[in-house]
Write a protein that binds this ligand. Structure first.
Ligand code: PCA
Length: 194
C-alpha cells in the first residue's frame, strides 16, 4: 500500500474552525491505493513547513497533500504553482507578518505542483462539485508551506500539491461556501485521481 500524508490547518484570522482540518479529519484512513496519515498544523510561517517535513521524513510518504482555507473562493481549488514570496496582510498565529521576503533565500522563483492537479480538478468537477485549477496559492502561510515542501522534495519520488477549500456555511452568511461533506468528498476524489 502507498502512503499519503495529508494535512489541514488550525483556525486563523478570528475564525473558530478551519474547514481544511475538519474535512481532512472526515476522510477514511484508506482511499484507493493510499493509506492516509493526517495531521493538523499551525498557521505559522516556517513552523507549518517544519511540522509537515518532519512528519514526512518520519513516514516517507509517496504523496503529500496540504489543504487550507481560502475564504471567499466559490469552489475547491487545487493549486498549480507556488512562488518564493511571503507577504502577510494579517499576522500569523504567532504574530509574525512578513512583507515581501522570500520563503527560501536564494530558492527558485516558483515550483509547479508535482501531483496531477489538472486531473484532480477534472475528476472533482465530473462529480458536480465546484472546482477549478488555481494559479496562485497566495503569499501567506499556505503558499509558504507548499513552497517549502516542493523545494525539499524537488527531484525526488515524493510528490506534493496544495488544495485550497472554501468556507463552510457555518462560518459565513454572505460569502460563498460549500458543505463540509462536499469538501471532504472532493478531497477523496482528488486522492483517487492521483
Ligand atoms: N489558509 C491560509 C493559511 C491557513 C489556511 O487555512 C492561507 O491560504 O495561506
Amino acid at each position: 500500500m502507498k502512503k499519503l500524508l495529508i494535512t489541514g490547518f488550525e483556525p486563523f484570522g478570528g475564525e473558530k474552525i478551519n474547514p481544511s482540518w475538519e474535512a481532512v479529519k472526515l476522510l477514511p484512513n484508506v482511499i484507493g491505493d493510499f493509506e492516509l496519515t493526517k495531521i493538523e498544523i499551525p498557521v505559522v510561517f516556517e513552523k507549518a513547513a517544519e511540522t509537515v517535513i518532519k512528519k514526512a521524513e518520519e513516514i516517507s510518504p509517496d504523496a503529500i497533500i496540504c489543504v487550507g482555507q481560502a475564504g471567499g473562493r466559490t469552489g475547491v481549488t487545487p493549486e498549480m504553482v507556488t512562488i518564493n514570496l511571503r507577504f502577510a496582510s494579517i499576522p500569523d498565529n504567532e504574530g509574525k507578518q512578513p512583507k515581501d521576503v522570500p520563503c527560501v533565500e536564494g530558492g527558485e522563483n516558483a515550483y509547479f505542483s508535482t501531483l496531477p492537479v489538472r486531473k484532480m480538478t477534472f475528476a472533482i468537477s465530473e462529480e458536480n462539485i465546484p472546482c477549478s485549477v488555481s494559479y496562485s496559492a497566495g503569499t501567506y502561510v499556505c503558499n509558504d508551506l507548499i513552497y517549502h515542501v516542493l523545494h525539499h522534495y524537488k527531484g525526488t519520488e515524493t510528490k506534493a500539491c496544495f488544495i485550497h477549500v472554501p468556507f463552510i456555511p457555518e462560518q459565513t452568511n454572505d460569502k460563498p461556501s460549500l458543505p463540509l461533506e462536499t469538501i471532504a468528498k472532493a478531497l477523496e476524489i482528488a486522492i483517487e485521481a492521483i
